[in-house]
Structures are given as structure tokens and as C-alpha cells.
Design a protein around this ligand. Structure first.
Ligand SMILES: Cc1ncc(COP(=O)(O)O)c(C=O)c1O
Length: 373
């Protein structure tokens, strides 16, 4: 179910046009209900440890299902930052392999964590977000290559499969930040990278505090993180303090107590996505994004997102002369969007309909002076 068939489950649409899933997915009755269920369980039973561990495993399986991965290859995380810090803590930057290659489209946390590794001897190389530029920077000195899947700044979909092939050919690990894609476009983790990260805040329709890292099958044995915690132990219930004994699966990247409330919400959000199906969502969103781009071009606007449907996803970015004023003006018209750089970000998801696109275009026509031409 997509479009008007599911929209009623998201109360925000009663009085707003919500096209801001790139920042935060809209709240559904299901996610609200899941948080209430968590609170009721707390009231009735106090600490439901076993049930919480079971819910955490259910979240692992749900992420795995969305990524075409095995649950044993998926780590439960609280944020992409935690996931990437854990992954990088398993790299040693020795034997001449100390280079990290990242693109200018990476989310700040990727760049900042990469540069933090300079303290451990890493060298960071920034490249344009295309395979040729990556190819020029990746060589036998490269330990890690990072590419976003969908740029949070422009909406461009990176050619991660080509970049991954280059990384592999040089024995470098490839990290893909799938946050701006997961839930809106199908992702087969093992085709795009060695490690794929993302979380539930955006197109997975839940809240902050739950994220994932999916590892290529077999990779986990090669990675021994030094950022760790008791939930990463071979047996969390052993309560031992004698040694570091990382779990044989991707659970070695789990760290502390699982983020239980967020897991309740995350499972409910992911169920809505699973029921609709990411392929159906992708088709629906591609149609809406196409109409939006056509309309923007008719207005003479400068669209920062590629026109080619293969190179764009759910996010369409358009240049503004004063993007802050534009976001405020649209908010006053009860249209919720966001901004990055000088771009207005309009993002589409399963609950958006053509009328939303028409309403956004009408508002932009009336506020043309705030669009760059
Ligand atoms: C591409 C991308 N990566 C990562 C994040 C967030 O990272 P974290 O979960 O560490 O807050 C966002 C969200 O804002 C994002 O858009």
C-alpha cells in the first residue's frame, strides 16, 4: 500500500503537506502505538530483559530482511556515528594501508570520524563523488573507501557498485552510508559495499536512536573492534570481566544495552515499509519525483538533483537565493521541507501523493523570487 491508501495512518497530513522524510519520517499510528506498548510493558513488568533481547533480535532480522543480509551479519547500533566509529576501530592503519578515501557528498559524521583517525596515523583523501575520481585516489595504500548511497545535499545516487569494484580490486574496505536510501529504495547490502550503515529516523519511519551496520558475509572474522561493550561479548549473560571475547557474528559490533524504546518504534516503522515493499515505494517515489522535476524545470528553477531516474532517489533538491526564507515561507503555507547548503530539499515517500507535488509547485510558483534561475 502506498499513496492515499496509507496516508491516513500519518496524522501530520491532516493539516500539512509533509515532504521532509530526508530529515525525519512522518509519525504513524503504528509507531506511536509501539512506544505506548513499551511504556505499558515497563509499567506492568519493570525490566523485561528477555523480551527486550528478543525485540533487539527482531530488529536485527528486520534490518537484515531489508538489506538482503543474514541477521548474523547485522549489528544493532544507536547511530551511524557509533557504527562507523566501531568499524573504524577495527582498522589498524598499519603496513602502509592508512588511507581513507571519502567524497565531498558524505554526511559530516563520516568526514569527522575519518579525520579523527589522523590521530592514529591515517591519511584522508577527499574526492569528487564519481567513480573516476575515486579510482584516481584508491590504491594499495587505501584501507577504507566511504561513499554515501544518496547524497543528503543534492539527492544524487552514487554509483556505489562501480566504486565498490575499484575498492575491492585494491583490497580496500568499502563503507556505504545508506541512510538517505534505506526504506525508499531497495538495497542489497553485499552488492554495494563491505559495510552498509543507516538508521530508522528517515525513510524507515521511526525515531532517533536506532541504526544498523550490515557486513559482507565472512568479513566479521577479519574485524576485531576496540570500541566495544558487554553486548558484543561471546555470551552477554556470562557477566565475565576476565577477557575481551568478541562475538563470532556481527554482534561483536553491538556495544551496550540495546536502545529498547527505539527498537519498539523502529520495528513498527520497518513493518510499514515491509508491508508496502521497497520496490513499490521506489516506483511510487520515482513517479512523484519525476513530476516534481518536470514542474521545477517549467518554473525555470535550477534542480541540483540529477534528472536521470537511475541517478536519483526520493530526494529532490532545488537551488534557492535565500533558502532559509524559502523554508520559512513554505512552513507558513503548511508545507514542511528542509534545507542544506543553498538547496531546498523536497523529499518524497510512500505517503506522498501527486497533490503534494502540485501544492509544492504552486507555492514555489508564488515564491519564485526565492528560487535561483
Ligand atoms: C546520509 C546520512 N548519514 C548519517 C546521518 C546521521 O548519522 P547519525 O545516525 O550518526 O546521527 C544522516 C542524518 O541526518 C544522514 O542523512
Amino acid at each position: 500500500m502506498v499513496g492515499s491508501a496509507i496516508r491516513d495512518r500519518f496524522p501530520v497530513f491532516r493539516d500539512k503537506i509533509y515532504v521532509n522524510s530526508c530529515s525525519q519520517g512522518a509519525l504513524s499510528d503504528a509507531v506511536r502505538g509501539a512506544y505506548e506498548e513499551y511504556l505499558d510493558g515497563w509499567d506492568e513488568n519493570g525490566a523485561e530483559w528477555e523480551h527486550w533481547v528478543e525485540r533487539s533480535e527482531a530488529a536485527r532480522a528486520a534490518f537484515a530482511g531489508l538489506l538482503g543480509a543474514a541477521p548474523d551479519d547485522v549489528a544493532i547500533q544507536t547511530s551511524v556515528s557509533a557504527a562507523v566509529s566501531g568499524l573504524i576501530s577495527a582498522l589498524r592503519f598499519r603496513d602502509g594501508r592508512n588511507r581513507i578515501v571519502i567524497s565531498e557528498n558524505e554526511f559530516p559524521t563520516i568526514g569527522q570520524i575519518a579525520h579523527a583517525q589522523e590521530l592514529r596515523g591515517a591519511e584522508i583523501v577527499h574526492v569528487e563523488p564519481d567513480p573516476e575520481a575515486y579510482a584516481a585516489a584508491i590504491d594499495e595504500r587505501t584501507a577504507l573507501v566511504a561513499s554515501t548511497l544518496v547524497s543528503y545535499r543534492t539527492g544524487a545516487v552514487h554509483d556505489v557498485e562501480s566504486i565498490y569494484a575499484i575498492a575491492r580490486a585494491h583490497g580496500a574496505l568499502m563503507l556505504v552510508d545508506g541512510y538517505q536510501g534505506i526504506g525508499a529504495i531497495p538495497i542489497e547490502a553485499s552488492r554495494v559495499g563491505d559495510a552498509v550503515v543507516g538508521g530508522t529516523v528517515k525513510y524507515l519511519l521511526a525515531s532517533a536512536g536506532l541504526a544498523f551496520m550490515a557486513l559482507r558475509p565472512g568479513l566479521v572474522e577479519e574485524l576485531v573492534p576496540v570500541q566495544t561493550g558487554w553486548f558484543a561479548d561471546e555470551n552477554v549473560f556470562d557477566m565475565q570481566i576476565e577477557r575481551y571475547r568478541p562475538h563470532r557474528s556481527a554482534r561483536r559490533f553491538d556495544a551496550g544495552t540495546p536502545p529498547v524504546p527505539n527498537i519498539y518504534g523502529g520495528l513498527a516503522g520497518m513493518s510499514l515499509i515491509e508491508e508496502a515493499g521497497t520496490a513499490a515505494i521506489e516506483d511510487h517515489v520515482a513517479g512523484l519525483a519525476g513530476c516534481l522535476i518536470d514542474g521545477l524545470e517549467e518554473l525555470g528553477a535550477v534542480v541540483a538533483t540529477p534528472r536521470d531516474p537511475a541517478r536519483r532517489g526520493p530526494l529532490v533538491c532545488v537551488r534557492s537565493t535565500d533558502v532559509h526564507a524559502l523554508v520559512e515561507t513554505l512552513a507558513a503555507e503548511r508545507i514542511t521541507c528542509s534545507e542544506r547548503d543553498a538547496n531546498l530539499r523536497i523529499s518524497l515517500h510512500l505517503y506522498n501523493v501527486e497533490d503534494d507535488v502540485d501544492r509544492v509547485l504552486d507555492a514555489l510558483r508564488r515564491n519564485r523570487r526565492l528560487l535561483a534561475h
